[in-house]
Design a protein around this ligand. Structure first.
Ligand code: MLT
Length: 267
């Protein structure tokens, strides 16, 4: 589905009814990473999965983009869809950074958070330098070079060996990202603030989903979020690396379904 918000095309999928469940993808991915979630969870929630600007079928716009820009885009889409009640926001990796920015800006619109394969802390000095290198790489060599660098880090060795179709699908998703979208997202991630304080102030439920073999999001970061968010649960998903919603969709969906159950009752 597509809509136009302030002159910009925004693509999203929407299924089901009930409590709004907003799925925000990571970098350099798009809403297709959530296929198993919108199919598996649409019987329990109103699932809304947008493409962030510059990814998938959502248009990029020129101008400054920071992590809050994506959060504002999500709010504008939810407004356009008539979602005024608090939603459960699910963020995968960079989508988690956006979810935390959304919480910072729109706390009254958040009923709960699912933080998957992500972290609350900002980039280190080395991490920032890596973003600048990747910006140059994307500019010089395009999305394919970024996809090539990312692919080996996304899937657990078992997944990569046993599901060649999934490897191909993930690669295709990353290759399709626009270069301006990639460059803007790398800059936004590089400059994002520390969100630990945002979690400290949040008393609604938080589910932290970690990939047991995620090379990008160390377990210490997961423990850090668990400690900061006073009403949180941490679940480690076995046999998954950085893309747990795609690698282990059943375990992922089961955890989200259980998380939603008490929230739905209040809804
Ligand atoms: C992502 O998957 O969104 C990125 O790997 C996150 C990051 O680079 O910090």
């Amino acid at each position: 589905m597509q809509t136009t918000i302030m002159g910009r095309v925004v693509a999203y999928d929407e299924r089901g009814s009930g409590i709004p469940l907003v799925l925000i993808h990571g970098f350099p991915l798009n809403r297709m990473i959530w296929e198993a979630q919108w199919e598996g969870l649409a019987d329990t929630a109103r699932v809304i999965a947008p493409d962030l600007r510059g990814f998938g079928e959502s248009e990029m716009v020129a101008g400054a983009t920071d992590i809050a820009t994506y959060a504002d885009d999500i709010r504008e889409l939810l407004d356009a869809l008539g979602v005024r009640q608090p939603a459960v926001i699910v963020g995968h990796s960079m989508g988690g950074y956006v979810a935390l920015a959304y919480l910072r800006r729109y706390p009254e619109h958040v009923a709960g958070l699912v933080l998957a394969n992500t972290k609350a802390t900002p980039d280190s000095i080395e991490g920032k330098a890596g973003r600048d290198k990747n910006i140059a790489l994307a500019r010089d060599k395009g999305a394919g070079a970024i996809a090539e660098a990312m692919l080996p880090k996304l899937l657990a060795p078992n997944t990569a060996a046993s599901k060649p179709g999934l490897v191909e699908q993930v690669n295709r998703i990353m290759q399709s990202a626009s270069v301006p979208g990639i460059i803007a997202a790398l800059g936004a991630m590089r400059d994002r603030p520390d969100s630990t304080g945002t979690l400290l102030e949040f008393s609604e439920p938080v589910l932290i989903l970690a990939g047991a073999e995620d090379p990008l999001m160390p377990m210490a970061e997961q423990e850090n979020m668990k400690e900061a968010a006073r009403n949180s649960t941490l679940i480690v998903i076995p046999d998954s690396a950085h893309l747990s919603p795609m690698e282990q969709p059943d375990a992922f969906n089961r955890a989200v379904r259980e998380f939603l159950a008490p929230l739905k009752n209040q809804y």
